[in-house]
Design a protein around this ligand. Sequence first.
Ligand code: OKP
Ligand code: ZN
Length: 349
Amino acid sequence: MIVVSSPLHALHEPPREVSGGREVPAFEIGARATSILAAVEADGGFQLQAPDGFGLEPILAVHDPGLVRYLETAWDEWLAGGTGGDSIVPDTIRHPGLRPMGDAGPEPESPCGRVGYWTFDTATPIVAGTWQAARSAVDVAITTAARVLAGAPVAYGLCRPPGHHAARDLFGGYCYMNNAAITAHWSTQRTGATVAILDVDVHHGNGSQAIFWERPDVLYVSLHSDPRGMYPYYVGYADEVGGGAGMGRNLNLPLPQGTDDAAYLAALEVGLARIADFGASMLVVSLGLDTYALDPIGGFGLTASGYTAIGRRVALLGLPTVILQEGGYHVGDLGRNVVAWLRGFSPAA
Ligand code: OKP
Ligand code: ZN
């Protein structure tokens, strides 16, 4: 199996995040990618490749140009503003209840105002290298899809930072640009493909859902921890089924805290049946391993052997498959779990 990765991810190393009312060490750290690469290299059966550069065009096809401009300029502007600090975190967020007019209003000029205009949480700091790292993650993702469109049955992109929480005009949830959504859209434009996104991260991929909400040609299916008790809290419920031309092309399967391998595999059958029914020509997997029993923020009970079984079951769909890294925060076991999943999908690597 081809594995695409870039060392530029390491330019994004947030020192901390605000979580549960405290500053805690960031969960989404470079050591995650190191763990995955080490396990992939130790396996020996994977073919490592560097990404190609795709520029801004595929990004701007999915994201608001204002968000992209903000991410590109935020750090320099923050430094110039003299507010100090080693990372950008909002103190005020553009809540829709602030504006009875119902629109977004103008983008402020103050650096503190700008960050809260484009983000929705306090867990997603911008540091000096965030823009370059986030761009490299997009290039990794598109390159992975390009290999599959060129005939590889499956390929894996080691995206970091992750992407599935980033919406058209919002970053958050450790995500700056939506690697999977950019890649799915790029693939539909390149080939006329109909794409199914299967999101197996423990968190609902609100960004991917929102981006394709009205799209008939991209199906979004997500298995995740019930948002009543889990980030992103306000979205990811079972009654969210898509709108307009995308009605019926969104399937949320919220699962209880503590979900184990067997219960997960049962829910997976429901999701895979919908994908088969949709008749996708390509599959994008948003691969989060924060469903792991020992994950520090996940709360599910999945195991390495569960991942192998899940990967094997997804492979039985028989679709050309682009697997993109999302979450997974047990750094010590993350690489082993990724390889377990990929080996389940492709036992011969
Ligand atoms: C990103 B991905 C922990 C709070 C964490 C942000 C979660 C972002 C998850 N107490 N809040 O893995 O889906
Ligand atoms: Zn997650």
